[in-house]
Design a protein. Structure first.
Length: 439
């Protein structure tokens, strides 16, 4: 695989094709705008990787695909395919364009304004019903209360480009992913690459075909089109994903107490983090009840603390937005209707919604049994369970989005990198009574 370069070239070339098709055919104007800019960024990355391959061949197969070079191209590609189109759309929106942000950006910013003015980001049932019919969807805030914090800059500073919620989504995501990468950097030499491009040492032991699995993991959490497009046009899922990845990285470094706090913050933003928190709690339980209690304090305590003010201000509004609307009992239906099996069953068969719910419940029960019988003893195993579990849920939910696939893709891609991380001698396990299993 030429030290990972062949896969890099395929990733960037296919991403360029996806972006070009999006620019030409998408019915969503923010997506078309993203594709126009991102196509150039992906093509530039493909050219840079192609140059590396040519240099490698000229030098007789010498391993020139260093982690630093590949990481630099990844960062450049993230800047040109996610950050640049995001900033351009934010500037155009601040200049008066109304077609340069997806609905979730407006929802988060309005939630921030309501939080500032009324102490809760949620509108009640009657307030939503009083809105014009075409505005009722934007009246719902189907997120946890913490997500409204990303709307505060616009509520406080007005309609500047830098107060766009996506700018803050991107800033927080970049910082969190940087912390995750720093937590996973191996204290010793990572995988080496021989002249034929095969991995040896820790990389091979981790079971990864890529000699630098952390680079591949970073690519699939940043420059993969499903991630770059989401960040540039909507973006609310990326900080949640980055928090989950940071929590897994901290688990790999045996810093489980801090991991509990991080996943708790993610749970205070969006429900998608709650299944991940459950898996991390079972992982922490393998290291003793004290460690499990420490993780639970953050993983459960922070989301509950975030819900409490909204509950005290207006309990029915909280229930209407956080429970009734996601479950399909709101005044309007969720637009999340990607043609996955769960949606097709729910919409195409008699009593299909009940059948889809039963299938989803069966999948959840199977995962619960797996966690009870064989709890994950490593961060990599926890990431695999999170990846496959969320993939099953996304495929079987009656209302879901194609973009949600970024969660299982990222979790499964980070598992090989999590296997590489071994604690140093100064990093003590959270529970001295529990043995530390080999990665």
């Amino acid at each position: 695989m030429a030290g990972g370069l062949a896969a890099d070239l395929g990733l960037y070339a296919l991403s360029a094709a996806f972006a070009a098709v999006t620019a030409a055919t998408s019915t969503l104007l923010p997506h078309r705008a993203w594709g126009t800019v991102a196509t150039v960024g992906y093509l530039l990355a493909a050219l840079l990787v192609g140059g590396q391959l040519l240099l490698r061949r000229r030098h007789g197969g010498t391993p020139l695909a260093s982690a630093a070079a590949r990481t630099a191209i990844t960062v450049l590609t993230f800047a040109t395919t996610a950050l640049l189109p995001l900033v351009l759309q934010a500037i155009q929106r601040a200049g008066g364009r109304t077609d340069r942000a997806q609905e979730e950006v407006l929802v988060v910013e309005r939630a921030g304004a309501r939080l500032l003015d009324h102490g809760t980001p949620y509108l009640g049932h009657d307030a939503i019903a009083a809105l014009p019919p075409d505005e009722r969807l934007l009246g719902y805030t189907p997120y946890q209360p913490g997500m409204a914090l990303f709307g505060l800059p616009r509520a406080l500073a007005g309609d500047g480009w830098w107060s766009d919620a996506r700018v803050w989504f991107a800033l927080v995501t970049a910082v969190l992913l940087g912390l995750a990468v720093a937590a996973l950097r191996h204290p010793r030499q990572p995988a080496t690459v021989d002249a034929g491009g095969s991995a040896a040492g820790d990389g091979a032991a981790g079971g990864s075909a890529d000699p630098y699995p952390l680079v591949r993991a970073l690519q699939l959490a940043t420059v993969l089109p499903i991630c770059a497009l989401t960040l540039a046009t909507g973006g609310d899922d990326l900080p949640v994903l980055a928090l989950c990845l940071l929590a897994l990285a901290l688990c790999a470094a045996r810093r489980l107490g801090l991991a509990g706090l991080v996943i708790g913050v993610a749970g205070a933003l969006k429900l998608f983090a709650w299944p991940v928190a459950l898996v991390l709690l079972t992982h922490a339980g393998t290291r003793g009840w004290r460690t499990g209690a420490r993780v639970a304090a953050g993983a459960i305590g922070l989301p509950v603390a975030a819900l409490l003010p909204a509950w005290l201000v207006d309990p029915p509004a909280l229930v209407e937005n956080v429970l009734r609307f996601p479950l399909g009992h709101g005044l309007v239906a969720s637009p999340a209707q990607s043609p996955f099996p769960g949606h097709l069953i729910a919409s195409g068969l008699p009593d299909g919604r009940v059948l889809a719910a039963a299938l989803l419940g069966a999948a959840g029960l199977a995962i619960a049994v797996r966690l009870a019988r064989r709890p994950p003893r490593t961060a990599a195993a926890a990431a695999m369970i999170c990846g496959y579990g969320l993939l099953a849920a996304i495929l079987l939910m009656p209302s879901t989005r194609f973009g949600y696939l970024l969660y299982p893709i990222a979790f499964l891609a980070w598992a090989p990198a999590l296997r590489l991380r071994r604690p140093t001698r100064t990093e003590r396990p959270e529970s001295a009574a529990a043995p530390v299993p080999a990665p």
